[in-house]
Each structure stands twice: as structure tokens, then as C-alpha cells.
Ligand binder design. Structure first.
Ligand code: 0A1
Ligand code: ZN
Length: 849
């Protein structure tokens, strides 16, 4: 429930806790409605500070008993914790509390999911388990005894003892409380072993509900690949005798890196060819890697405070992206990441929720697990690596691990290892952590007497609380192509550090065509005025696969802009260039599939807004549809060949090669369906023997306004599988015609399988509604109202998921007055709810601006 006035917490106010926790002993007596937690903690005064106030966080706890050095005390209790006098010397704190896991629908702390006990303590959930200094800079060893009748009783670290009705665990690695975990239930394991580089034998278990055993093999392989990769690439070895992963159905996020006991949303780990798409497999592999990599970047070295969240998240996202690039295709991974960045982080950075990669204040930290902290945080690390070079990066990382193992660190610590290794002053680079907003780069060119000059200028628009921006260090990777398409200057990184800066290239025989921001070397908007012919030239010749794709994307964007703002016809340069690339069978099918993509409709809205035009969602939809139809006609003769070429004859494997073929085949089917009225998709649906093909055919049919028979058959086939039924919900909303999206979603909320308290199911329905640009913004605002109704309903049950879904409204100021009025009214309606959570209140207040 909402505090009278939610407090704002500031980075500048950081102060260490007055006490060190040397050892934590916890005993759990499990009971669904009345679990008893006994805590015994060895504290001593912290020599780093004189502050001797003793405050332990605690929320929703019934205190049964508290004692210091064995003597019972009566602490002063508040809504958020307790205080009491303590000795100015080492002492033993004891407390017994009672908690109610069954009533915990917020899914923070200890809760029940399908009868299984499970915890989520990041960021501040441990305080709902016992009284504790619940802050990441308090690190301690944990010994845990769990008493309960469940066959499986798990906690962090290594098993110490177990018997009828109990188990004991000890984690020798000091950790903050947010990495604590406990699981108790009746689960089955898919087990394996891993021998680390120095010969440690590690038991690996993936624990799932009975019935899900067949969906574990892929996750286990991904785990072993991650463990080996981290040894080989970062020199990081696993450090316990056991690594447990547990799949849980009710989870607010993707997964959690608890020490030695990762807890995963079942959607982020369970996979089989029949029930999971290629994209699901790739995402699962990346999330398993991400959580595993946290063992070093997050667990062994953690964050001093939550403002430093990007220290572990940016670095770990960067590492998992490297892993995927190594295992699969580096260009395809990069392009997909940039699509994601533009789709999720750019709107955040360019709207009312904009915040620095390292925020300086917050009310509810759960609202800062954002694309900016995660994905832009990873981009910042990519830039740093590009600036210092691969070798210095590796040395800096070695130093980071050596210097900070076992510590709770800051961005200053992180940058210092790079400064020490390279002797570079990174103070200007550090602005990437403190300055919000997406920089824009403009380009001027000059050609005289064999010298080509590129002048780059940077500006970053104002963001909330940051009206003025200073220039940042922007690595701009550039290559030059000669008139015949040959590369006359290979990629070189230009360091743009000033507002405006010129770079010259001498000794060229002819005026070159620049390929700027290769590999998307910085998270910026590049505003380069070029002709469609120049774009088409890059699309045909650029040696940088990212920029080649980018040339096609920009051509498409410009073509759509002309169609929307001038009523132009689809551009021939775009269609010709696309045809040439897509028919080139020397190129990776996955890459060609990406070439067939268009900028998303919300991206088009952002571009129009940036150009000073109020976006009309229906006009964007219409232009996109027209362009897709023209593309289908233009590529008509190629489509049968593409389909033949992308047939997979081998047994299903979710690897880069097969999934690339299926992606291109799926893109071809989508175009073909526009020409044949769905005949091919109907036949494909009937023959599909894996979820990628099944879903691709069904999607084509639904998009064409057909496929109701297949949709019903799909439900009957998969009604027993909760993860597939999530897809069934999403598909119908996401592929509805704009005028039907809200009604479709509303009707589905009445379906008996719409278990709205399950975050996956809630998101399965409302995520696609919010992402359906023309449907969500359809005139009249029915979708706004529907989403608001459900956010109001969900907030008292699960504030975290409610608050995250509020970001659907973050771009509202882009639209016309009528839509702004409709959305504004919904925002006000939600904000007026009595007892609205701190999470949702903060999000909506920021969105309103
Ligand atoms: N640290 C996890 C993400 C995570 C964050 C918060 C959670 O609950 C509030 C759960 C998971 C990761 O980066 O994977
Ligand atoms: Zn993470």
C-alpha cells in the first residue's frame, strides 16, 4: 500500500551500514500460511564508519521474539523495519518471525507457486523474510536449515546434511541478501555433471514440475556451454559443488541469479521442439548464460548500492551477447540487439521515463530494472571495449576480478581498472553513466583534391531533470567505399569527443561513400542526409554486415516516411536493393530474413515525431501494409525458390543454421500469404512438426484474417501446456486488425484460461496489445481503457508487474491532442485509486511528467 509520501532515495546519500554481518544462520519451519523463520546473525561494528545506528529492514513480518546475545529485547517496530540499542562490540542477533507465503501474491520474498515454495529477493525481497540490513553492501556467509515435509528442499551453496523432513545448506561465499534463495516442493531433476578447468566436479540439476522433464535437455546443454565459455573467454571458473536451476511458473521477471540456486521463470528455461520456437530457444540459451555469468559479475563482485545496478547488469548483458555471438552468428546477433535497443531502450531514453544508466535517485528500485540499465549499460561496455581495444579490455577485466573479488563495488571501481590498465582518463567517458538521453549525430561531408573530410556533430536532447547536456565520448566506426564498391579505407574508430569535430582521409582517388557507425558502434541516432541511391549503393556493397542491413532499413524507413507524409508510392530503390540481397544465396538465410524486416510501427512513430510530424498510427499501419503488399508482388517470382531453399531435411535442431532457414522460410511464407490467400500457409500448418513452423503458418493465416479452424485446433492440441497457451493468447491480440485488437483482448480476458494473477499470462495478453501500435492507439481509446482497467485490478495483487506494464503509456506525448487526452484520463484514473502501490505511483507520475 502507498506510503503517505513515498520517499526518494539519492545516490549522493550513500553511507555504509554501521555493522558487519559475519555469519547468518537461518532456520525455516515451512507452513503455507504461517512459516516461522529463525535468524541468528553475528554482527560486529563496522570499522569503516562511526555511525552506530542499528536499523534492520523488515516488511510484512510478525515478530515473535528478538534477542541480543541471548537476552530478549523489545525493538521499536515501524512499517519498514526495526531499531534497538545494540552493544558497541560484536554481538549475536536473534529473531523469530512468522510470514504468510500463501498470501504473497506480489511474488517478492517467500511465496507459493503451484504448491511449491520459492523466493525472489532481488532487489529488496529479503526484508519480507526476516529482519535484516537488506542492502547489497552487507555481505555474509549463509547457513540455512529448512524443515518441511517436501521431497526437495534447496538453498544456496553446498548441501551439508539432509534427512526426513529437513535439509541443511551452507554457502561459503559471502553474499548480499538479495542472492538468498530457498525452494521446497515436489520437483523432478534433469541432472548432469560438469568438470571445471581445475578439476572440480559439479553436480548440475534442472528442477521442474513432473511432466516437464522432456523440456530440460536444451537448458542443460546451454548451462554447460556457458560454464565452458566463461572459463575459456573470461577465465572464470565455477566455485561450488552443485549448481541448481529451478523452473517456476509464477515469476515477475525472466530469471534470477541466486548463488548456486538460479530460479527461472519456466518460460525462460523449458523448451522442446514441439512447444518452443527458434526464438524461444535462442532466448533461453541467452538467459541461462546470463544468469550463470552473474556468478562472477554480480555475485562474487556485487553492487555497493542499487544505483550501481548497471555494474552487474550491463556487464552481464554484454557478456551474454558475446556468448551468443560466439555460438551463433555475430552479425545476426548484433542486428537483433539493435532492433531490440531501438524498440525498447530508445523510447525509454527519449521519453518521460528517461534516466541515466546509473540513476541518481529512485523511489522504487524495482522500477529501474530497465532497458537503459541493462541494454544501454551493455552498449556502454561495448563502447569502452572498442575504445581501449580487445587486449586492454581483457587485462582490465582480469584486474577487475583480481582486485574486487568478494567486494560490493561502484562504477568508479569499474572505470578505475580501465584507467589503470590503459592510462586513459575516462572522466568524459563516464558521462555515459550520468547523462540520460540518446545522442544524435549529424554528418557533413567535404571532398577536395583527394582529401575527404567528415565532420560529425553531436547533441543530446534534454531529458527529465537534465536540460543541458555535455558532449560525450562517442566511438564512431567508419569505413570508406570507392565508386566501384570496393572498400578504400577499412573500418577505423573515430573518437568524437567534442560538439563538432572533423576527421580527414587523404590520398583517395575518388570521392568515397562513407559507411558510418559500423556495427552500431554507439547507441546514438545517426542523422545522415543521403540519397536513396547512396543507401542502395551501401545496401549492395557495404562490407560491414550491420551497416549493409542498416542501409536497407533506412531505405525502408525513408520509403515509409514518403508514403506517410507525401502519399508517395513504394520506392523502387528499396525494392530493387531488397530483391538483390534476398536472392543472394551466398548470404546467411538468417541475415536475409532480417533484411526482409521493416522498422516497427512505433519506431516509425518515433521518427515522425523527431521530424516534427504528429504520428497517425492508422496511417503508419496503412503504409506498412501497402509496402508489404508491394514487396510480396515484387519478390513474387523469388518466393518459391526461397521456400525450396529453406527446407530443412535434417532432424530438428534449434541452431543458427536451421533457425536461419526457418526464419527466411517464414518471412517468405508471410509474403506469399498476401498473394495466395493463405493456401500455402494452410497446407504448411497441416504439415508442421515443430512449433516454429506451426506458429509461423498460423500467424500468417491470422494476419490474413483467416485461420479460425487452425486456431481452435491449436488450442485443443496444446490446452495442457501453459507456455503454448500463452502464445495462443498473444497471437490473437498481436495479429488482430487494428480496429479489433481491443475487442479481441477484452474477449480473451473472459476466457477460463485467463489466469490474470500469473504474470506470464497477464503479459501474454496485454504485452501484445501494448505492442500492437495501430491497435493500441486505435481511435476512441478502447485499448487504453482496457489496459487501465486491468492495471487497476492487478496493482494490489502484484505491484511490480503492474508498474512494468505502465510503460505501455510512456510514448503518449508523441500523439495528437485527442489521444493524449484519452491516455491522460486513464493515467489520472489509475493514479486516483486509493492505496495505489508505490511502484505504480512512481511510474505513472514520471510518465505524466
Ligand atoms: N537479476 C536478474 C533480474 C531480476 C531482477 C529483479 C527480480 O525481481 C524483482 C527478478 C529478477 C537478472 O538480471 O537476470
Ligand atoms: Zn542480470
Amino acid at each position: 500500500m502507498r506510503d503517505a509520501a513515498p520517499a526518494t532515495i539519492y545516490l549522493k546519500d550513500y553511507a555504509p551500514f554501521g555493522y558487519v554481518a559475519d555469519a547468518v544462520h537461518l532456520t525455516f519451519d515451512l507452513d503455507p500460511k504461517a512459516t516461522r523463520v529463525h535468524a541468528r546473525i553475528d554482527f560486529r561494528p563496522n570499522p569503516e564508519t562511526d555511525d552506530r545506528s542499528f536499523f534492520l529492514h523488515g516488511e510484512k513480518l510478525s515478530l515473535i521474539r528478538a534477542a541480543i546475545d541471548g537476552i530478549e529485547i523489545a525493538p521499536q517496530l515501524t512499517d519498514t523495519g526495526l531499531t534497538c540499542p545494540v552493544p558497541d562490540a560484536p554481538f549475536v542477533w536473534e529473531a523469530e518471525v512468522e510470514i504468510d507465503p500463501a498470501a504473497n501474491t506480489a511474488l517478492e520474498g517467500l511465496y507459493l507457486s503451484n504448491g511449491m515454495y520459492c523466493t525472489q529477493c532481488e532487489a529488496e525481497g529479503f526484508r519480507k523474510i526476516t529482519y535484516y540490513p537488506d542492502r547489497p553492501d552487507v555481505m555474509s556467509t549463509f547457513t540455512v536449515r529448512i524443515n518441511g515435509p517436501h521431497p526437495l528442499l534447496l538453498s544456496n551453496g553446498n548441501p551439508v546434511a539432509s534427512g526426513e523432513g529437513f535439509a541443511e545448506w551452507h554457502d561459503p561465499w559471502p553474499k548480499p541478501a538479495y542472492l538468498f534463495a530457498l525452494v521446497a516442493g515436489d520437483l523432478v531433476a534433469h541432472s548432469d555433471r560438469f568438470t571445471t578447468v581445475s578439476g572440480r566436479e559439479v553436480d548440475l540439476n534442472l528442477w521442474v514440475r513432473p511432466g516437464d522433464e522432456g523440456k530440460c535437455a536444451f537448458g542443460m546443454e546451454a548451462l554447460k556451454k556457458s560454464m565452458r565459455w566463461d572459463e575459456e573467454v573470461y577465465g572464470r571458473e565455477y566455485d561450488l559443488d552443485v549448481f541448481n536451476i529451478v523452473a517456476v511458473d509464477d515469476f515477475n521477471m525472466g530469471a534470477m541469479e541466486n548463488k548456486g540456486l538460479n530460479i527461472f521463470n519456466s518460460a525462460a528455461v523449458l523448451a522442446s521442439p514441439e512447444t518452443s520456437t527458434d526464438d524461444n530457444f535462442e532466448r533461453i540459451e541467452a538467459i541461462i548464460a546470463h544468469e550463470y555469468f552473474h556468478n562472477w559479475t554480480g555475485n562474487r563482485i556485487t553492487c555497493r548500492d542499487w544505483f550501481q545496478l548497471c555494474l552487474k547488469e550491463g556487464l552481464t548483458v554484454f557478456r551474454d551477447a558475446q556468448f551468443t555471438a560466439d555460438l551463433r552468428s555475430a552479425p545476426v546477433k548484433r542486428i537483433r540487439d539493435v532492433i531490440d535497443l531501438r524498440g525498447r531502450q530508445f523510447p525509454e531514453d527519449q521519453g518521460p521515463l528517461s534516466h541515466p544508466v546509473r540513476p541518481e535517485s529512485f523511489q522504487e528500485i524495482n522500477n529501474f530494472y530497465t532497458a537503459t540499465v541493462y541494454e544501454k549499460g551493455a552498449e556502454v561496455i561495448g563502447m569502452l571495449k572498442r575504445l581501449v581495444g580487445d587486449r586492454a579490455y581483457a587485462e582490465a577485466l582480469d584486474l577487475y576480478f583480481a582486485r574486487h573479488d568478494g567486494q560490493a563495488c561502484t562504477i568508479e571501481d569499474w572505470l578505475k581498472v580501465f584507467e589503470d590498465v590503459t592510462d586513459r582518463d575516462l572522466s568524459q567517458f563516464k558521462r555515459w553513466y550520468s547523462q540520460a538521453g540518446t545522442p544524435r549525430i549529424t554528418v557533413e561531408e567535404d571532398w577536395q583534391d583527394g582529401t575527404y573530410t567528415l565532420t560529425l556533430s553531436q547533441t543530446t536532447p534534454p531529458t527529465p531533470g537534465q536540460p543541458e547536456k555535455l558532449p560525450q565520448v562517442i566511438p564512431v566506426a567508419v569505413g570508406l567505399l570507392g565508386p566501384n564498391g570496393d572498400e578504400v579505407r577499412p573500418t577505423q574508430v573515430l573518437e568524437l569527443t567534442q560538439d563538432r569535430q572533423s576527421f580527414t582521409f587523404d590520398g583517395l582517388a575518388a570521392r568515397p561513400v562513407p559507411s558510418i557507425l559500423r556495427e552500431f558502434s554507439a547507441p546514438v541516432v545517426l542523422e545522415q542526409e543521403t540519397t536513396p541511391a547512396q543507401r542502395a549503393f551501401l545496401l549492395a556493397h557495404d562490407t560491414d554486415p550491420f551497416n549493409r542491413w542498416e542501409a536497407g532499413r533506412t531505405l525502408a524507413e525513408e520509403c515509409l516516411l514518403a508514403m506517410i507524409t507525401k502519399g508517395a508510392a513504394p520506392d523502387a530503390d528499396y525494392l530493387n536493393g531488397l530483391l538483390a540481397v534476398v536472392r543472394d544465396d551466398t548470404l546467411d538465410p538468417a541475415y536475409r530474413a532480417l533484411m526482409l524486416g521493416l522498422p516497427s510501427q512505433s519506431e516509425m512513430a518515433a521518427t515522425l515525431h523527431r521530424c516534427g510530424v504528429t504520428p497517425d498510427p492508422q496511417a503508419i499501419w496503412d503504409a506498412t501494409e501497402t509496402l508489404r503488399q508491394s514487396t510480396a508482388q515484387y519478390l513474387q517470382d523469388l518466393l518459391p525458390r526461397l521456400r525450396a531453399e529453406t527446407q530443412v531435411d535434417q532432424p530438428f535442431a534449434p541452431d543458427a543454421e536451421q533457425s536461419g532457414k526457418r526464419a527466411l522460410g517464414g518471412a517468405a511464407l508471410a509474403l506469399l500469404t498476401r498473394l495466395d490467400g493463405g493456401a500455402q500457409a494452410t497446407s504448411d500448418y497441416g504439415r508442421a512438426d515443430n512449433m516454429t513452423l506451426q506458429l509461423s503458418a498460423l500467424s500468417c493465416l491470422l494476419k490474413a484474417g483467416k485461420g479460425q479452424t487452425e486456431l481452435a485446433a491449436f488450442y485443443d492440441q496444446w490446452r495442457h501446456d501453459r507456455l503454448v497457451i500463452d502464445k495462443w493468447f498473444g497471437l490473437q491480440v498481436g495479429l488482430a486488425a487494428p480496429e479489433k485488437a481491443a475487442d479481441t483482448a477484452r474477449a480473451l480476458t473472459g476466457h477460463p484460461d485467463f489466469n490474470w494473477k500469473n504474470p506470464n499470462r497477464f503479459r501474454a495478453l496485454f504485452g501484445p496489445l501494448a505492442m500492437h501500435h495501430a491497435g493500441f492507439h486505435f481511435a476512441g481509446g478502447a485499448a487504453y481503457e482496457l489496459l487501465a482497467d486491468w492495471l487497476i485490478r492487478l496493482d494490489p495483487v502484484n505491484p511490480q508487474t503492474t508498474a512494468r506494464m505502465c510503460s505501455a503509456f510512456q510514448t503518449w506525448r508523441r500523439y495528437d491532442g485527442e489521444r493524449q487526452a484519452l491516455i491522460g484520463a486513464q493515467l489520472d484514473r489509475i493514479l486516483a485509486q486509493p492505496g495505489l502501490s508505490r511502484d505504480t505511483t512512481e511510474m505513472l507520475t514520471r510518465i505524466k511528467g
